[in-house]
Design a protein around this ligand. Sequence first.
Ligand SMILES: Nc1ncnc2c1ncn2[C@@H]1O[C@H](COP(=O)(O)OP(=O)(O)OP(=O)(O)O)[C@@H](O)[C@H]1O
Ligand SMILES: [Mg+2]
Length: 464
Amino acid sequence: MISQVVIIDDEKELTDMYVRSLRQLGATDIVAFNDTREFLKDSDKIDPAIILLDMNMPHQNGEEILEIISQSFPQSSVVMMIEKNETESAVRCLQKGAVSFVVKPVEKDAFAEVILRALEVYKRYSSELQIPSTGRIEHNSFFSNIITCNSKMLEIFRYLNFVSESTFPVLITGETGTGKELFAEAVHKASGQKGSYVAVNISGLDDNMFTDTLFGHTKGAFTGAEKPRRGLVAEAENGTLFLDEIGDLNESAQIKLLRLLQEKVYMPLGTDRNVKANVRIIAATSVNLKNNVKAGKFRKDLLFRISTHCITIPPLRDRKDDIELLALNFYNKALLESGCLMSAALPQGIGDILRNYSFPGNVRQLQAIMNDLAMVTRGRKLNSRDMISFMRRHDINPRTGTKENLSEPFYYAGDFPTIKKMESILISSALNHSKGNITDAAKILGITRQTLHKLLKNLDKTNN
Ligand SMILES: Nc1ncnc2c1ncn2[C@@H]1O[C@H](COP(=O)(O)OP(=O)(O)OP(=O)(O)O)[C@@H](O)[C@H]1O
Ligand SMILES: [Mg+2]
């Protein structure tokens, strides 16, 4: 092990023990701090691959130090050293980007496994980051909740570092479960705005509900409006209003939103007076808004307005280097939350199986898979077989990562069939199902009766 390991722990005896164990693992470059103030003073002199960080320390606790570390040393793998009663803060630290945890009193084998795994994460991470010669990259700790080592994602961070403080809207697009909401929150934090972050999902809101929710109403504005209501725009004053599922916004609500963006005013229900608004809008969608514009469902001028700054989060299958990192984090978090204090490493085979899979539900789906596996394997080591049986339970072929019933509906003993051959098999099978009825067979095949007639004629010709 040639990389530097930094220990931050106020207990000298424990530090000495970690140093001994690390030496046995081959580490030669070890720096220890028994006081967080020393660490902060000398942090420009170190270049850690792994940081062992004690949770409970005087002056500043591990969680606070982690925030500083994620800004100064984003490439380092942080391992939290925790007591049995500190699992809640440990979960928060994993959420903030720590890669793993070790529960005290430290067990030798578990310690070795966690350190070696942390080193692997560091190696993968630092090769992706292309760290400049200073050993630092510009990384905003506001993004530390977003776990990634993928270069496209880091490119997005860099872009957001530039535009977060702008007052113009940000549009976040990406498939379901890619982390759009996480990004919206991070942009708000990075913006430095004093006001609150207010999120609203606007799918399913009709024009009235949209106006009432965002702009509020006066007393007596409509039957049942017994009290005045402050809208979310007012709540997000000097802050951020996050509009989720913006693609579902109906036509008249689109006009009202456009007005809010252009003129920075809105009208609560029951008044005819404009209220001034100072709010930053972030919108998210998993649909293609350009297609919606073409289909006449979304205003072109509104699309221009809301996408002054725009990011597209890549689907998980296009950033396979993130899969293991996220899987390990989710798995450890689920173990901790369930009260199991044994941090885990993912065996090699599991990464291969996961990387093959297409993850239509993206990170959310990976999280659900790891939560499920954590429950199944509580108290023992996770192995590839657990992963394979999980995939089988969900009809996924672990070798190809594809849905078995969709991708391979047919099994053939002989040569792979041609399209022509498949066509004739499909047609005769449909005719079998419909007991020879052409109209029903056409329906099963999803084509018109006339097309089926034509295909049957062609088949006859080739067979004769
Ligand atoms: N890079 C990431 N690091 C850690 N957690 C993540 C990451 N990306 C997504 N998640 C987690 O995955 C889940 C889904 O993320 P989120 O709700 O932000 O997705 P979304 O893109 O808004 O999805 P949808 O379009 O369905 O609303 C959340 O629990 C979130 O915390
Ligand atoms: Mg969302």
